[in-house]
Write a protein that binds this ligand. Sequence first.
Ligand SMILES: Nc1ncnc2c1ncn2[C@@H]1O[C@H](COP(=O)(O)OP(=O)(O)OP(=O)(O)O)[C@@H](O)[C@H]1O
Ligand SMILES: [Mg+2]
Length: 512
Amino acid sequence: MEVQLTEIRKQFGPVKANDGITLSVPAGTIQGILGENGAGKSTLMKILSGFQPADSGTIQLDGQTVHMRSPADAIKHGVGMLHQDPLDFPPMRVVDNLLIGAPGRIIPRREQAIAGIGELARSLGLALDLKAEVGSLALGERQELELLRLLWLGARVLILDEPTTGISARQRQELFDTLRRLAGQGKTVLFVSHKLEEVQDLCTRVAVLRQGRLVGEALPPFRVDKLVTMMFEREVSPAERVTCSPGKTVLRMTSAGAERGRVRFEGLDLEAHTGETIGLAGMEGSGQSLLLEVCAGLTPVTGGRVYLDGADITGKPYHQFKKRGVAYVPATRLEEGLIPGLSLTDHFLLTDKHPGFFIKREKGRRLARERIVEFNIKGAPGDRVESLSGGNQQRALLALVKPGSRLMLFEHPTRGLDVESVIYLWSRLKERCQQGEAVIFTSSDLDELLRYSDRILVFFAGRISGPLDAATTTVDELGQLIGGSQWTGADTAAAAGGAGGGAPVAGGDGHA
Ligand SMILES: Nc1ncnc2c1ncn2[C@@H]1O[C@H](COP(=O)(O)OP(=O)(O)OP(=O)(O)O)[C@@H](O)[C@H]1O
Ligand SMILES: [Mg+2]
């Protein structure tokens, strides 16, 4: 289906999120939508998929002007949007999830529907078990399910807004293969991403937005550096690897174990030193987040000891960890990190400990203004956090981490950030490391892990590798370990020792 957007405008207060965007996307295209944080990408996609109306402008599908007042309206016209967090119902079976949005008359013919959906899945090469419970599916599979649902409802234009965060490399490949097949059938795909290598690999056209306007388009072969220049209107060079000289031991764990649901590890010895950055690699849900929670004091260890700056704080509550300088930034911005309904100023006040309401108000505004400049947040002190763009929410979250902590714990710190912001953020974190802080972070981006970590721990099925020296590890080696192969030598020996579900851990604190 051909999509024609003409002069689309959308303003929020003083912000022109979309400032007269005209874009045509031929049928069968995989259209990349690029642009810095706050450029207006999600706004445009939400307009096209009926989540919000444009102030003005027209949408044409195969030459017909359409008016979409809701997502249901949009899907009737053949436009469906895949959200980053799938909108499914976990306790239901896959098939019921699919039928829920289907037109009423289909429900009685359940068997027929199952056959039809099965066929659709097979034609796309998707091996989805229709009788499985949704809750048992991995994030990537739930995305496939959502994709199937949209197709089942008749989507011929598919919108994906940053779909590859949190899914494994294999699932990403599967998703891309599916999208290619769909484009081959004449469907149109709009793909929003900050991962330029993915865009290069997948897309057949690219449009670049900047400050609400379309500033450029490109056809393959794409050059990543050219795309970056288009996005930022200047060259952006990747950061050099900074090698640290580790100082004092900040965090020490001995034979530590922890458990949450099906995820557990035990016998972990680990030291983190000032100046040091430790990356935690592995598929989502392999224990990396659990380790961060243990380091933050949010989950108690089931065995072993935890020391902070030499003091034994095993089993102490979260606020003790916090008082001793542990800062924790979770991944889910609007669930655990930021509070919808509150402004940036409110957030700075909440994270400040000095009493006195009036003084605080003014102080909060001042802090907010300072941090907005420092972290280059597109927003005002009084803006509610949920009105910020995805990348700007992430910047706000990071801005809440007060300088002068000892140990900073980050879950996917650069998720949703544009290329330039990633470089900027890490330069700030590295500065803080040099001033005596340590960083432990998770990431699903292998390049990020290798570029910014000093040492990397790989998590796989309850096992944790011995620390790898990031400077001498290749992307391939890291990818293999994450996928569960190449667990040889010391790692395997340690793994066997942990048989029975435990976690073998190679000794923790040696530096390369
Ligand atoms: N509901 C809203 N209320 C107020 N401002 C909004 C709202 N939605 C978006 N904006 C503003 O519009 C601008 C564009 O936001 P949008 O979410 O489209 O950016 P984006 O290109 O998707 O960025 P990112 O890469 O960070 O996700 C931002 O400045 C944002 O703060
Ligand atoms: Mg966005």
